[in-house]
Design a protein around this ligand. Structure first.
Ligand SMILES: Cc1cc2nc3c(=O)[nH]c(=O)nc-3n(C[C@H](O)[C@H](O)[C@H](O)COP(=O)(O)OP(=O)(O)OC[C@H]3O[C@@H](n4cnc5c(N)ncnc54)[C@H](O)[C@@H]3O)c2cc1C
Length: 488
């Protein structure tokens, strides 16, 4: 057998599982059809929420777990995970709703007795507007200031987790799609997954990799992997916008939308802000999902209700992420709302073995879910859990040693050096890999610099003029999806 575990999907969940498994001495191969973090992972709010989750569910067992996991992330990846003040303005909610909100926050503070972030603070309306001057004054009765964490460069979190898996011996294969699972028949009508067939989408190379266990963490693509997986589940499209930075202290703004049981969130991004999200049912091609003009207009109306003067009429981009909502019977930290779902079809006399599937809906729980999946994998592979034990709760995630792209003015030589590093050390294989996930600020601020990146990558990777043109076209096509709302 070539590997103990094959992981399908290089989002936060797949990367987290590969890192944990490799750190415990299992041999691992991670397949990602595009690039690390290119799926739903890079299209969310970038908040690592603990206490805020209580506002959605009042599920305090989960809140306690989330606070613990948020602390672990902050401690082990401080270069990527930062404290984030979040302002929850009160607008005309009834006394009952406000009391419930305040009680939830007080209880959350109590549950986070050992956390490093400050407890929540009650603010008057004028204090709230001093922190966030754009807030609608009319109807504002006060606010709560809550401390959470944020990962402004979440694509890098997925990437650096995958690179740490590589450091522990995992094999990483990006731009390589698993085309099918390979089954072997066993006695008594049982069948076992013994490998995967894959194709490298850049080189066309094809192959088969043998394994003791496949862990599928393929997000919205999961059910398309194999006929044995449930029929295509309901898919939803989350639409969010990236626009100008908000004036004020850099707080994230959180507006509970009671009628929908969801939060509207505006979070600071590097030189920008993100607002999301609204959800609609999705049917269509997962690789070209985009927001429509109607969806963007609906989201802009929602934001304008709270931020009347903000320049959201012309957002810089609109992002669409497709997700499969978790089934109601999913396992969860608590009881009220599932945040992840681990399935082992071979358990309890099931006739299909060698496969575990995992889906999740929260960044916050990724490490704990990965630990649980690898515990299960060890049991299935007949390995002891403790040799060596899981160390992801304490082992630091190493910060990259290469050139930084965070300088306010990035000269051409520094940009070239960053490209060289990304290609040599960070599995960067396409123009989109670099511009969209290795160098987020370049995408937002400085699109004109892409020509320098193309030249540098062409030199390093030996691209001919056709390949160069294809790379630019692929990047432009992806940019066009973020702008499709202007015409569709
Ligand atoms: C709008 C929005 C807001 C969010 N807000 C929050 C929040 O505030 N707080 C929070 O904690 N979480 C939030 N989330 C959730 C969080 O971002 C996601 O749940 C999480 O990142 C999903 O990670 P994943 O690895 O399961 O999926 P993905 O990131 O989608 O990863 C799946 C990967 O599998 C790959 N893949 C699929 N099929 C194959 C194949 N056959 N072969 C190889 N690779 C394959 C895909 O290319 C993809 O990269 C939000 C999500 C969205 C969309």
């Amino acid at each position: 057998m070539a590997y103990d575990i094959v992981v399908i999907g290089g989002g936060l969940f797949g990367a987290g599982i590969a890192r944990d498994a490799a750190g415990r001495g299992l041999s691992v191969c991670l397949f990602e059809q595009e690039d690390f973090g290119a799926g739903a992972t890079s299209r969310g709010s970038r908040l690592v929420t603990g206490g805020l989750n209580a506002l959605e569910t009042l599920d305090f067992t989960r809140v306690r777990e989330d606070i613990r996991e948020r602390e672990i992330l902050r401690r082990t990846a401080p270069h990527l995970v930062q404290p984030q003040p979040c302002l929850i303005p009160f607008y005309g909610q009834g006394v009952l709703a406000q009391t419930r909100l305040r009680a939830g926050l007080a209880l959350t503070d109590a549950l986070g007795f050992d956390q490093s972030l400050p407890v929540h603070q009650a603010l008057s309306a004028s204090e709230a507007r001093a922190r966030a001057p754009g807030l609608r004054a009319e109807g504002l009765t006060g606010a709560a200031l809550v401390w959470e964490a944020a990962v402004p460069r979440i694509e890098r979190l997925a990437l650096e987790i995958a690179l740490d898996a590589r450091r522990h011996g995992a094999q990483l294969r990006t731009h390589t799609r698993v085309e099918m699972l390979c089954w072997e028949r066993e006695p008594r009508g049982r069948a076992r997954v013994v490998g995967v067939r894959w194709q490298d989408r850049l080189t066309g190379e094809e192959g088969r990799t043998e394994t003791g266990l496949v862990v599928a963490a393929a997000g919205a693509w999961q059910s398309g992997l194999d006929a044995s997986l449930e029929g295509r589940p309901r898919l939803v499209k989350s639409v969010s916008l990236v626009g100008p930075p908000l004036p004020g202290r850099g707080d994230a703004l959180v507006f509970p939308r009671e009628e929908e049981g969801r939060l509207l969130v505006v979070t600071p991004w590097p030189q920008a802000s993100w607002v999301g999200s609204i959800e609609t049912d999705f049917v269509g091609d997962l690789d070209t999902a985009h927001a429509t003009g109607k969806e963007v207009a609906a989201l802009v109306r929602l934001v304008r209700d709270f931020l009347p003067d903000a320049a959201w009429d012309d957002p810089a981009l609109a992002l669409a992420a497709v997700r499969a909502p978790l089934p109601p019977h999913a396992v969860s930290f608590g009881v009220a709302a599932p945040t992840y779902d681990i399935r082992d079809p071979g358990a309890n006399g099931g006739v299909q073995d060698g496969l575990v599937t995992v889906s999740g809906s929260r960044v916050t729980g990724v490490r704990a879910v990965s630990e649980e999946v690898v515990d299960l994998a060890c049991r299935k592979l007949g390995r002891a859990l403790s040799t060596p034990p899981c160390r992801t709760a304490s082992a630091p995630l190493p910060a990259p040693a290469g050139p930084t792209l965070d300088a306010p003015v990035l000269d051409d030589a520094a940009l070239r050096a960053a490209v060289e590093w990304a290609v040599a050390e960070e599995e960067c294989r396409t123009l989109r890999d670099f511009l969209e996930r290795r160098a987020l600020p370049v995408r937002i601020v400085d699109r004109g610099r892409s020509a320098i990146v193309v030249e540098a990558m062409a030199d390093l990777l030996g691209w001919d003029s056709d390949r160069r043109a294809r790379e630019v076209k692929a990047y432009e096509a992806d940019q066009a999806l973020t702008q499709a709302f202007r015409v569709l």
